[in-house]
Design a protein. Sequence first.
Length: 99
Amino acid sequence: MHLSCPFCHSTNVMLVEASTQQSNTALSSLVTPTTLGALGSTVAKTFNLPPIVGGIAGTFLGGMLGSVLNSFTEPSAPPQQNLCFCHNCYQKFPTHLLH
């Protein structure tokens, strides 16, 4: 396969992989079992409960919310797409435009 930019016809082209799906959204990074477990432990301490009770409850809640969020985002996520980058004109383009 000859790597040539379709815009400027330079051969200074590099293959890169770009995922079109976002795997780390702000909400999904906040709703992890570890994060909610630590939060539950802290909240339990303020209510004079054993921290282990809050940690277990937070971990369970984080696992449940994480699986719900993943079920909403995964089916609509587009597949991974290979891209090329031209170091001459700084354009990104899909591999099917190579000639």
